[in-house]
Design a protein around this ligand. Structure first.
Ligand SMILES: *Cc1c(COP(=O)(O)O)cnc(C)c1O
Length: 385
């Protein structure tokens, strides 16, 4: 442990398999219930719905698949526009494009890095008009069809403010809660307020099924439609009659079994994530580095602990990674992404500035105090040099 080359690697965010995962998965293998029908799929859906406080849940093969289907059942059609966070992992913008629709990128607010509700409201007010009962972007003449805010890094967006805008314009709201399972907004679970919300169980998320996702809603018609679309839109239990073009998006029973075991551990995972964030905050107190600031309405899930450096993240990223510490920048803001080159951006300067300074630090549930101290020491040394 003394010289840099032999130091163990510290992962950014790796799964913690510490409960009934083996037992539940073994049961699937022993009984032959391995595919997309099985008791663990039903149980996982029921338990996630209860955890988030929603009436219905539909499991999917990934969080991205959940977003794709959520947008479709919310009524997004080809050539529509969807208002989405500029500062986010790329998945929600890609899901919009899968439908032939267009993302409109709303900048982050500087305090908590979430979709700027004021900017969202002013864009709709100044740049959109009602025509024949449809809200249209005056610049493109496309219909504005939905709002898709991302609860970035496990910190909730200002939901009341965004819901007020959504209701004011009659737009469906889809929460991308893929990074924020377990976070609360004014005491309510994140994912419990939008018409639909999407979760992810990718390997780096709070709980994992290896890969998987979930769509949650209180509306039985939306849930039924989502279930139909995720199972190839099959109209008859026996005959192969398909009403529309559907998707093979259902989660397997094996994956759901793992999910059930992970969900049992969620309270301790959340507590660990909070401890990790607190230890970073304490360790870096007095330095110029700042942990993501928490809004008064928020209890974040602390999916990743992310800090801002004073003059750009370059040195911190290099020094940490040189020592085998997996630190990562945030995502390229979507308005800079080659994949979404043609997307309309509303602002973007704030997202760019946040990304320039931010570094996400190792945040695995299984991170030890010694490992974390190594991260903190390296960061402090970087700042001093
Ligand atoms: C993880 C994530 C998703 C979904 O990812 P999958 O890997 O498809 O489960 C969607 N949106 C955001 C913001 C994410 O971080």
């Amino acid at each position: 442990m003394s010289d840099g080359r032999t130091e163990e690697r510290i992962a950014l965010c790796e799964p913690f398999i510490g409960g009934n995962e083996w037992a539940y998965v073994k049961e699937c293998l022993d009984t032959g219930w391995v595919s997309s029908v099985g008791s663990y799929v039903d149980r996982f859906e029921r338990e996630i719905a209860a955890a988030v406080g929603r009436a219905h849940a539909v499991a999917t093969i990934s969080g991205t698949a959940a977003l794709h289907v959520a947008l479709e059942v919310a009524g997004v059609r080809p050539d529509d526009e969807v208002l989405v966070s500029d500062l986010t992992f790329i998945a929600p913008a890609n899901a919009i494009r899968y439908l032939g629709a267009h993302p409109v990128l709303i900048d982050a607010e500087p305090e908590h890095w979430q979709m700027d509700a004021e900017l969202l409201g002013s864009f709709l007010k100044r740049s959109c008009v009602w025509r024949n009962g449809e809200l249209r972007n005056s610049a493109t003449d496309r219909r504005v069809a939905a709002i898709l805010p991302v609860h970035v890094l496990g910190h909730p967006v200002d939901l009341d403010a965004i819901i007020e805008v959504a209701e004011g314009y009659g737009l469906p709201l889809i929460e991308d809660a893929t990074e924020a399972l377990g976070a609360t907004y004014r005491g309510a679970q994140v994912g419990s307020r939008g018409d639909l919300a999407c979760l992810s169980f990718n390997g780096n998320k709070l709980i994992t099924t290896g890969g998987g996702g979930m769509l949650v809603t209180d509306d039985p018609a939306l849930a039924d439609r989502a279930r139909y679309l995720t199972t190839q839109a099959k109209d008859d239990p026996v005959a192969f009659v398909h009403g529309v073009v559907g998707y093979n998006y259902r989660l397997s029973n094996v994956a759901a079994a793992m999910g059930c075991a992970q969900l049992e551990q969620m309270p301790s995972f959340l507590a660990r994530k909070r401890e990790i964030a607190n230890r970073y905050a304490e360790g870096l107190a007095g330095s110029a580095m700042q942990l993501m600031r928490v809004a008064r309405w928020a209890q974040p899930a602390w999916w990743l602990s992310t800090v801002t450096t004073e003059d750009g993240n370059g040195r911190a990223l290099r020094d940490l990674n040189d020592r085998g510490i997996m630190a990562r920048p945030l995502w390229q803001p979507l308005h800079e992404s080659p994949a979404h080159r043609e997307a309309l951006a509303v602002g973007g300067g704030t997202a760019t500035e946040i990304v320039r300074k931010a570094v996400s630090l190792p945040s695995s549930v299984g991170l030890t105090a010694e490992q974390q101290d190594r991260v903190i020491e390296t960061l402090l040394a970087t700042e001093d040099s």
